[in-house]
Design a protein around this ligand. Sequence first.
Ligand SMILES: *Cc1c(COP(=O)(O)O)cnc(C)c1O
Length: 387
Amino acid sequence: MSDQNDQYHFATRAIRAGQDFDPTTGAVVPPVYLTSTFVQDGIGGFRGGYEYARGGNPTRDSLQELLASLEKGASAYSFASGLAAEDALLRAILKPGDHIVMGNDVYGGTHRLVSRVFVPWGVSISTVEMSDLDAVRHAIRPDATKILWVETPSNPLMKITDIAALAELGHEFGITVVVDNTFASPYLQRPLELGADVVVHSTTKYLGGHSDVLGGAVILNDEELASKVGFLQFGVGAVSGPMDAWLTVRGIKTLAVRMDRHSSNAQSIAASLVGHPKLEQVYYPGLPHHPGHDLAAKQMKSFGGMISVAVAGGAAQAKKFAESTTLFQLAESLGGVESLIGYPSEMTHASVKGTALEVPDNVVRLSVGIEDVDDLTADLLGALERL
Ligand SMILES: *Cc1c(COP(=O)(O)O)cnc(C)c1O
């Protein structure tokens, strides 16, 4: 299947790419290769190139082939977590003295990784409003900037950046343009096709899709950068284990149908929340009044499952709302089949309190799951009613 991948559409590739049946037994689902090492047929006689599992394992290869196919990249590398993937990519590109321009509302952990690990190592960072390309241009230091790092839709305020225009701007200066595509998933948005250089994922979220496994990935076309990331995967060793890789592949099989439902549920819920007297604002790119709506409609297939709201009455009311739903469970993370609710300023974004990335303290974030939309809507409206 690997060679003819491109002839199939997304939903087919999600189920078949990297998932050939087991040639020995005919098992339709490839086995989980729970092994750390591989027997050699004489010294250096590796079967299928496999030697030791930090360097390669068939189950991890299956996931990597699948991810490359879905994002339309030449290669993919999977890691133990999204942050491990980001760390490998940053190390592959940056050296002391380099500069990175990052969205001013990126995932808190990404900002923490750069500011607490890479900045002490001699890298500098500027955070800007990524959807404002003039601001990005202004932040670029032609000799030092090596990375433009963007999340679109962004977390938690759902800002939309024009990926194609950002890529063009970056390439004017020879800068690597990285898109964290976790919120959209490759089903809704494919940054490499829009001109970006690298896609990173927390596969923990929509790709895995069932809140049962951590993982991350780097997907890219450039061979030289790919070989550096591949070396760091092996040489530093934050690899995804076989069981984790298998669970992620298992989750991805249903990505297309899940994303369709996440999007339609969220679209309907966002429409029900707009204008609610207990809310000051509803942030969802699928709403026509959202400033990034037209752009999102152009570069995404639909608008995804993430909604944020600004609650009237400030932090106390926002926290009360986040603590009073039933189906929307109060938890970190997103992208699973079950709906979750979170209070970013003290949860996902606690690590950026006091920085330029601080999230308004009346914002509540919803990860809309694929349960019945009427039940979900009633849960939210009931909780707002009780505020
Ligand atoms: C969760 C997340 C990460 C980090 O991934 P982990 O798997 O938790 O390490 C990075 N970016 C975004 C947008 C995320 O939501």
